[in-house]
Write a protein that binds this ligand. Structure first.
Ligand SMILES: Cc1ncc(COP(=O)(O)O)c(C=O)c1O
Length: 435
């Protein structure tokens, strides 16, 4: 999947020692260092974050999408602190006024969300959605595409991540509608769960999939952990007119606090009576308080509009840099959650490593998820840094950056990052045009 070693930032002895301690007691070399930023971080404010050396970075990921309003967004922090003081942070029973109010608010924002159940992580929400679908349908086969978290049931097709044969009733159709038909065959299918990879697969793709799912009498689960509060208010399905039976939500719901939800048709959620989905920390009040204030802040659309604006500026700025230096690479497509694909993936890794060392956090194969807290100065500085990072990466790799074709790179990228088949990418992906 990823091949390039992590960045060699000129770190201080303090930082090196913190990294060594991390490796000794907690860090995974593969996941935390090679595939993320090899930094020990210390504090954050808005779109800025500081490492243990006190160096400041601009976060272009909103903390993996978790904090769209930026770190320490005051109305959210104030509400969390006051509820922490008023309640102690957790109540003995799982039902709180906060939980009821949040479920009602989700029903207003997402018309499909007649009922909601709450968890802490996206992985828990998607796993609960699968359990509910199986319990409701009385059958087990689940077809899946895209990443849904670290739980066993869907990682078997990703040897680097999962354990094989953990859930023989869940099969990855890799965004390929022909493979979908082949895999489902004559069997009864409980549900299809898909993460909308909006930069690669257009709304027509999802509508065609929905037709196939309905024809089979299966449930459609849209994993909106990434898109729920980032694609648009009401999520991806509302924006493009899909009617999923269940949706899963998490990133951005509570602006950085751990909270996730399965929401959807009451009839399907009622299958919770046939199984057990209780979890101790649904009693915790602070994430619900954070969510209620986050939804207040998102309500008028201004934060999303700002995210779209800065996203578009960065897309245009990066594409300008790629074009001016004649490098085959492209930033595209949905401004609040865009991807960057390099024809030469090694150059992509090197480019982002050069960006880290200039103070801009983003990794190749990750996704740009700008927060509303990014200033115009942050954006300008990021584009200027890209203009310096690209030649530095070219020199490092002794590359011209002009090699191979971008469609082949997009096929590789989608295969590596969300297991899409080459046929499905070639059929649905439109190569972004030059700026
Ligand atoms: C679409 C999608 N589903 C599920 C998850 C899993 O969420 P978590 O990491 O909170 O378990 C993620 C995380 O990146 C995601 O992007």
């Amino acid at each position: 999947m990823f091949s390039t070693p992590h960045a060699t930032l000129a770190v201080t002895d303090t930082h090196k020692s913190a990294l060594r301690r991390a490796l000794r007691v907690t860090a995974s070399e593969k996941w935390d260092l090679n595939r993320r930023f090899p930094l020990v971080m210390s504090r954050a404010s808005g779109a800025h974050v500081w490492d243990v050396d006190g160096r400041r970075y601009v976060d272009l990921t909103s903390c993996s999408g978790a904090a769209p309003l930026g770190a320490g967004y005051e109305p959210v922090v104030d509400h969390v602190v006051s509820e922490l003081r008023r309640t102690g942070g957790i109540l003995p029973g799982p039902l709180s006024v906060h939980r009821i109010e949040l479920a009602e608010r989700l029903a207003e924002i997402f018309p499909r969300a007649q009922r909601s159940l709450f968890f802490r992580t996206g992985s828990c929400a998607t796993t609960a959605a699968i359990r509910l679908a199986r319990a409701h349908m009385g059958t087990n086969l689940v077809l899946t595409s895209g990443y849904h978290g670290w739980h066993d049931w869907h990682l078997q097709d990703r040897p680097a991540m999962g354990l094989p044969d953990r859930d023989r009733d869940s099969v990855d159709f890799r965004y390929d509608l022909d493979l979908f038909e082949k895999l489902s065959g004559e069997q009864r299918v409980a549900a299809v769960i898909i993460t909308p990879e909006v930069n690669f697969f257009p709304p027509e793709y999802h509508r065609e999939l929905q037709n196939l799912v309905h024809r089979r009498g299966a449930l459609l689960i849209l994993d909106e952990v990434m898109t729920g509060f980032r694609y648009g208010l009401g999520g991806y399905h509302t924006a493009v007119g899909l009617a999923p039976d269940l949706i899963t939500l998490s990133k951005g719901l509570a602006n950085g606090m751990a909270l996730s939800a399965v929401a959807g048709r009451a009839e399907v959620l009622n299958a919770a009576e046939k199984t057990y989905l209780g979890n101790t920390y649904q009693r915790e009040i602070t994430p619900f308080a954070a969510a209620l204030s986050t939804l207040d802040a998102l309500r008028n659309g201004a934060a999303l509009a700002r995210m779209r604006q800065v996203g578009m500026q960065i897309i245009n700025g990066l594409n300008g840099v790629f074009a001016s230096q004649q490098v085959r690479a492209r930033a595209f497509a949905w401004p609040t959650m865009f991807d960057v694909v390099f024809a030469n993936a090694d150059l992509g890794f090197a480019f982002f490593q050069e960006m880290w060392s200039r103070g801009f956090l983003m990794q190749y194969g990750g996704r740009f998820m700008p927060s509303a807290a990014l200033s115009d100065a942050d954006v300008q500085a990021a584009i200027e840094a890209a203009g310096q990072a690209l030649p530095a990466a070219l020199v490092r790799l002794e590359s011209t950056g002009r090699d191979t074709d971008l469609m082949a790179a997009a096929v590789r990228f989608a295969g590596d990052h969300f297991l899409a088949t080459a046929d499905s990418v070639r059929r649905w992906f439109t190569e972004p045009s030059h700026p």
